[in-house]
Design a protein around this ligand. Sequence first.
Ligand SMILES: N[C@@H](Cc1c[nH]c[nH+]1)C(=O)O
Length: 416
Amino acid sequence: MKPFIGDSNNNNSVRDFQIREELISKLKNRFTTYGYKQIRTSTFEYYDLYSSITGTVNPDDMIKVVDSTGKVLVLRPDVTIPITRMAASNKQSASDKSRYFYVLDVFRQSYEKNTQKESTQAGIEYLGNNSAEIDAEVIMLAIHTLKDIGFSNFKIEIGHAGFFKELITQAALSSSELAHLQTLIQSKNTAEIDPFLAELSIPESLRAAISVIPMMYGDPKLVIEQAKMNCMNENMQSKLQNLIDVFEVLKDYGADDSIVFNLGLINNMNYYSDIIFQGFIEQVGKPVLMGGRYDNLSKQYGTPLPAVGFAFEVDLMLDALLQQGLSTEEDMQVDIIIYYVKQKQRDALETAYILRDRGYQVLTFSTDSHNQNSVSAVWTIRYETNQELLSSATSNQLLSDSHELLRLFPGTKEDL
Ligand SMILES: N[C@@H](Cc1c[nH]c[nH+]1)C(=O)O
């Protein structure tokens, strides 16, 4: 069956929605514990906001609509850009630190088969600081979040947009040559890179340095050694030092096991200036996480402001959760179900109201219309899930009056 236009994924059952909500709530909780505050940005933006600056979303990938005055608007193609613009236009100074998080839909034209135009991103942006400690803290937050959700088999690939740019700048490629080379490096297509480089009139040493980029992947210590030999100037050395500094802090977080270096890493967005990273979960072909430092973006809105951030692709994460069986049935069930005979309806509904007021999830069924076993019972309570919710009572208990039920759940659910 064809998916509905606008479906952000194929997980549309109530059960999947509950698991998705649960996932989002875990993400939000973890972001909050690192000091981030939730914000949102507008769904519609003026196209000019994106088209007039460099390093943004490809204009062809934006979904456009026209308002009644004829102005072209786009559906939010990215969240990092509007948040940066907001901070820059509020004249946030580099000494004010702000930590924002969001859970928002992002709209991008997709050319791949079966890929939706709409996806939900849960991300964070830290504006106003540039240090290896902050970069490492942001990567640690991503790792911490992946662990919360239950993923154990994931890797964070870290690269450096600056290191790569330094090397490429020396080759003075045309934009189409650069785009082609980036695709080859991204796909680690070593068979085609060498013939492509051979066609360019660049020094032999530069050709050699570019051709080994896709191989600079794996254990950070080994990649650092390789990269040291590949540095062609001081700028490249200082970019590499930045990577080493971030990795040192990550070691102190005890996170080095989850880290892989990939100096051929290229993120979709062009605004990154320094460290970049992507997160991969086993069996998921695409990155579930993308991020990096983008110190030059806000200058284009008039205020220089260093910044770093990332976004999780919620729908991909949800697919992985369901695939790996990491979601629990328990999340789906209610606390109390009340079955009642018709003449006790008023009592039953009042009791349900009080229990809901106390924070319990309660369902009610009239046994006359509901094919339940205990038609003779005045009350039945049953614990669909949380057995620990009421350890003293047994599930499916028959009760003769409503007060007994209220006595079983005297306080609020939170008191338990
Ligand atoms: N906005 C980026 C992710 C990101 C957030 N902050 C920095 N990078 C993306 O959609 O790929």
